[in-house]
Design a protein around this ligand. Structure first.
Ligand SMILES: *Cc1c(COP(=O)(O)O)cnc(C)c1O
Length: 372
């Protein structure tokens, strides 16, 4: 049995209708912004319960624009978490600010909020939280910390589109939020795409200016900006999928529950249960196992597309070698060395889940015997 991580064909309930819209756009030449992009931006903002969504090239650009719009630059510090995707930390350095890392929790692998609180100092100009793996942070605590220190909050929602905290969608708690529609994410474009979401008309206006080469009105470049606009063709793809997102996220939860129920081997640590039903959209289903690399190799040779997210935390990445991180991040390191992600596409069948559980349990038993 082959268990791939993605099934992109299954994400189009009506592929003919979507290709027809794309054919129409190809013929009309309305490729850049226009009604198609505006329509998706409106629907995506409404879906989240936010006032503005601005379509950009990537989630990375959305993060960079969020920080730029908040006026963050040289001499400023932004606090984020040590175990995240490179793009989170990259955006901070792109605007010229210093990355301040904090460790994660040992069980959820989400940012340690006591550490966040302690890391906020006079130079901290933003808090950049990451809803890693699709699980929402405790946004009650996060917003309280941000409010107490009077520091703007930015959410990296690249992995958590559709997740809620207390029935409020992630991406609506802070000054701005970044979403990615990379084909691997829960809402996937047919290539790179992203969005910045905000309730602030000022930030929205600034980001619309930034994504369009700093133009505010024809030939009036008020800032340098960048060229980063969501393509109309990507907006068509995203618009076609948005209605199913909640169903897919519910399917992911069902699959996660089946994994957690079946993975009873005492050496497998499954994700801790969610506090409320909406707070995890299982972009990734992560387990901690002994002899991780041997177990991963075994799963892969069994045809199971398991992966490690992420094997190298930010403070060990060569790109940040000159940054001189001096903190200790033992839980992030633990997560990097002991965990792996099992396939969790919405259309994974119960039989496929059971097969993965069976092979994982066998792989662990085998690796323990080999090392005994
Ligand atoms: C995917 C991802 C990004 C970057 O998104 P792109 O669209 O690939 O630029 C940022 N942060 C996290 C946590 C991600 O998973």
């Amino acid at each position: 049995m082959k268990i791939p991580r993605y099934n992109h064909r299954s994400q189009f309930t009506d592929l003919t209708a979507t290709t027809e819209k794309i054919r129409h756009t190809l013929a009309t030449g309305d490729y850049i912004l226009g009604d198609t992009v505006a329509h998706f931006e409106r629907r995506f903002a409404d879906y989240l319960g936010a006032t503005h969504a601005i379509g950009v090239n990537t989630g990375t650009d959305a993060l960079t624009f969020a920080l730029t719009a908040l006026g963050i630059g040289a001499g400023d510090e932004v606090v984020t978490v040590a175990n995240t995707f490179h793009a989170t930390a990259l955006a901070i350095t792109t605007v010229g600010a210093r990355v301040v890392l904090v460790d994660c929790e040992p069980d959820t692998y989400l940012m340690d909020l006591d550490a966040l609180d302690a890391a906020c100092g006079p130079r901290t100009k933003a808090i950049l939280v990451v809803h890693l793996f699709g699980r929402s942070l405790d946004m009650g605590r996060v917003t309280a910390i941000a409010a107490r220190h009077q520091i703007p909050l930015v959410e990296d929602c690249a992995q958590a589109v559709g997740a809620t905290w207390n029935n409020q969608r992630v991406g609506t708690f802070g000054a701005a939020a970044a979403f990615s529609f990379h084909p691997s994410k829960n809402l996937a474009a047919a290539g790179d795409a992203g969005a910045l979401v905000t309730n602030s008309p000022v930030i929205a206006h600034t980001v619309r200016t930034l994504r369009g080469l700093g133009q505010d009105g024809q030939d009036n470049h008020v800032t340098l900006g960048a060229n980063s606009k969501l393509d109309a063709i990507q907006a068509i793809v995203l618009d076609a999928k948005l209605d199913q997102l909640d169903t897919w996220n519910a399917d992911r939860r069902t699959i996660a529950a089946r994994y957690t129920h079946a993975l009873t081997h005492p050496d497998i640590t499954t994700p801790p249960p969610s506090e409320d039903p909406g707070d995890h959209v299982y972009h990734l289903y992560q387990v901690a196992v002994p002899h991780r690399d041997a177990v991963l190799a075994q799963l892969r040779s069994d045809g199971i597309d398991a992966v490690v997210r992420y094997p190298v935390p930010i403070h060990h990445q060569p790109a940040f070698a000159r940054h001189g991180f001096d903190g200790k991040y033992p839980h992030a390191e633990n997560q990097a060395t002991r965990t792996l992600c099992l396939p969790i596409r919405p259309d994974l069948s119960p039989a496929e889940v059971d097969f993965v559980c069976d092979r994982l349990t066998t792989a662990i038993t085998d690796s323990e015997e080999a090392l005994a």
